[in-house]
Design a protein around this ligand. Structure first.
Ligand code: PEP
Ligand code: MN
Length: 264
């Protein structure tokens, strides 16, 4: 298989418009769950950048459990996200939910994120694979490692897009956390595939004060980076405020991450 370590023994380093993922440096993608407006995303980008993140995250097309919940600012959100990232010299990752939006999202984003709910949307995987843009592939809510690897294979076989695996927790019987964050996926994916893997301790735990320890654990497990939700005012965030770090807690986490990752 194209994604397998057997097929390609060396690590694949993913090039994101000149920025490398999987070259041994721990990369941070930070930003709000949802883009809420230009000022909110600019403020968040500044916080993200000052703390040391290289890539700005933010949802403009949001896969919400309820159809009555905020669904994202769509193209307006993409524009704000790009503008804020450019202002602070950052790359962009954002989710593409639908095949018909790929061209639009690709105009604004450096990495195409496929969300957990779409891990087995095979048409979407095939279509994003054809763009040549790096694909951030979240693990499905109940996705096994084998299903996840096969999803990545759909991306790889359809074209030239490299894959970045994103461990974001899986559903188990445990309900004290939003998901069960499966850290063993990090060394396991590294053993089975040559593509990089990053962790998402925000969706992995769903609780902001569990995020920094699990981010540190991600570094220790050998992840190539993390994607983390931050917000200037988490209590008033339009989505996922309970798992978003404020500036102070984000800064503290990033200091710890830098110490740990330079020791690895
Ligand atoms: C997100 O990154 O905001 C998101 C919706 O993630 P997931 O697809 O992992 O639930
Ligand atoms: Mn979110």
């Amino acid at each position: 298989k194209l994604t397998s370590r057997e097929f390609h023994p060396q690590n694949t380093v993913v090039d994101v418009e000149g920025m490398k993922i999987g070259d041994g440096n721990f990369i941070t993608m930070a930003g709000p769950c949802s883009v809420e407006g230009l000022e909110q995303i600019r403020q968040t980008a500044q916080i993200a950048k000052m703390g040391g993140a290289q890539i700005l995250r933010g949802g403009a097309f949001k896969p919400r459990t309820s159809p009555y919940a905020f669904q994202g600012l769509e193209e307006e959100g993409l524009k704000y996200l790009r503008q804020a990232a450019d202002e602070f010299g950052m790359k962009v990752i954002t989710e593409v939910m639908d095949e018909t939006h790929i061209d639009l999202v690709a105009q604004y984003s450096d990495i195409l994120q496929v969300g957990a709910r779409n891990m087995q949307n095979f048409k979407l995987l095939t279509a994003v694979g054809k763009t040549g843009k790096p694909v951030g592939l979240k693990r499905g809510i109940s996705g096994t490692i084998n299903e996840w690897l096969n999803a990545a294979e759909y991306v790889a076989v359809s074209g030239k897009s490299p894959v970045i695996f994103i461990e974001r927790g899986i559903r188990t019987f445990e309900d004290a956390t939003r998901n069960t964050f499966d850290l063993s996926a990090v060394p396991l994916i590294k053993k089975l595939s040559h593509f990089p893997i990053i962790v998402d301790p925000s969706h992995g735990t769903g609780v902001w004060d569990l995020v920094p320890p699990m981010a540190r654990a991600g570094v220790a497990a050998g992840a190539d980076g993390m994607i983390v939700e931050i917000h200037p005012d988490p209590e008033n965030a339009w989505s996922d405020g309970q798992q978003s770090l404020n500036e102070k807690n984000y800064r503290q986490m990033m200091k710890e991450i830098q110490v740990l990752s330079s020791a690895m």
